[in-house]
Design a binder for this molecule. Structure first.
Ligand SMILES: Nc1ncnc2c1ncn2[C@@H]1O[C@H](COP(=O)(O)OP(=O)(O)O)[C@@H](O)[C@H]1O
Ligand SMILES: [Mg+2]
Length: 370
């Protein structure tokens, strides 16, 4: 079986230990501190949280995923969801039901597993104070069970029209929950900065920052070599170095390429650099539909700009040279295109310049000679 896992939370043998980060997160949460976890997508924030928090034997994890939330009802529903995965006992559900009566909750039984789950009526109009009531309920729960509450992809709260009000409500409650460590995790750096590092945000200085970057190369290399050796494959160190470079050291993307290498190789094979083009073909064949759909809203000028970014990675995109080489009329047009490409999430800004959200998409653009 292919030992490389990507696109989901990894745990147990699939989780490469990140002892430094895990220790810090463990220490902060144990002392009841709130933590804000920052890091690009697929760097392993969620996996780190799950693996670390499950080591707290006495704590239970209440995990609220806020990815793409759009409304207050959405947030409340996800908080309810977190409760229902957290608590499977019927008796406890009855209590939750009573506490959430204003949201007209319902219990349904999964026909396959017989497990109860809690839902709220889709048409219930939750108000911001429903979020406060949910947090009050977390606080009540925490008197009996030690809790760690996680809000993942927290920056997406900014999608809401009422985001300022919701953030103020959240902060207002959370600051009194001194016994509950809250973890706020987010992938979109400038939006997380807006929430946690702007003086006028209610969350300013509300949590200790922890940055999740790439896994240290030598640690991750050993982990990956072991995985290859499970299938009696031996991989050159130089190939791993090349993979890290192509994946820009992103753990999820590294695992995706390793998985493709596994697919195109056999037991007993020695893996050298020649395997890479074949493996990239596998990645492209899995992803080409996604890549093509990413390009649907892209105009001609934006496309020139994208190809320019892929072909001239070190050239400042707002230079006249970049405009000349890409055939765009001037830096002002480039700037407009960059803004749009960022809005549709194909690229994103970092302190070091623009990056492709998916590094293999960049390779695909060059391969297709767009
Ligand atoms: N500690 C780790 N060990 C091995 N692979 C990891 C680790 N952390 C992340 N990954 C890889 O990255 C992918 C995304 O991890 P995830 O935790 O969902 O990232 P994030 O929450 O930052 O988006 C995983 O499916 C896995 O391929
Ligand atoms: Mg995540």
């Amino acid at each position: 079986m292919n030992p490389f896992k990507y696109g989901r939370v990894v745990s147990k043998d699939d989780f490469c230990s990140r002892s430094g980060l895990a220790r810090m997160l463990h220490r902060h949460t144990l002392s009841g501190q709130n933590v804000v976890i920052l890091g690009e997508r697929r760097t392993g924030k969620t996996s780190l949280i799950w693996n670390t928090c499950h080591r707290h034997k006495k704590h239970k994890l209440l995990y609220v995923d806020l990815l793409e939330v759009k409304t207050i009802e959405d947030i409340v529903r996800r908080m309810v969801n977190a409760l229902s995965t957290f608590e499977k006992r019927m008796g406890a559900f009855q209590k939750i039901l009573r506490a959430l009566i204003h949201l007209k909750p319902k219990i349904t039984l999964d026909p396959m597993t017989g497990e109860p789950s809690l839902s709220i009526d889709a048409i219930t109009h939750a108000k911001p104070d429903s979020i406060e009531k949910m947090l009050d309920f977390f606080s009540v729960l925490s008197k009996k069970t030690k809790l760690i509450v996680v809000f993942d992809e927290f920056q997406d709260i900014l999608n809401l029209n009422e985001s300022a009000y919701v953030l103020a409500c959240l902060r207002g409650k959370i600051q009194f929950h001194s016994k509950i460590p809250y973890i706020f995790s987010g992938s979109v750096r400038h939006r997380m900065d807006e929430i946690f590092f702007h003086h006028d945000s209610p969350f300013f200085k509300a949590a200790i920052p922890l940055t999740v970057g790439p896994i240290e190369d030598h640690v991750f290399k050993n982990f990956l070599k072991n995985k290859f050796s499970l299938g009696n494959r031996n991989i050159d160190d130089a190939v791993l170095t090349k993979i890290f470079e192509m994946a820009e050291h992103n753990p999820g993307d590294v695992q995706q390429l390793c998985s493709a290498i596994w697919e195109v190789s056999n037991q007993g094979q020695h893996l050298s650099e020649e395997i890479l083009p074949q493996a990239m073909q596998v990645v492209f064949s899995h992803e080409s539909k996604t890549y093509e759909s990413l390009l649907i809203p892209v105009t001609g000028i934006q496309m020139k700009c994208l190809v320019g970014l892929a072909s001239h990675p070190v050239l400042p995109p707002l230079s006249s040279e970049f405009a000349r080489l890409t055939g765009i009329s001037g830096p002002a047009s480039v700037k407009k295109s960059l803004l749009r490409l960022e809005q549709i999430k194909i690229i994103y800004r970092t302190p070091k310049g623009y990056k492709f959200a998916n590094p293999y998409f960049k390779h695909w653009l060059l391969y297709k000679r767009y």
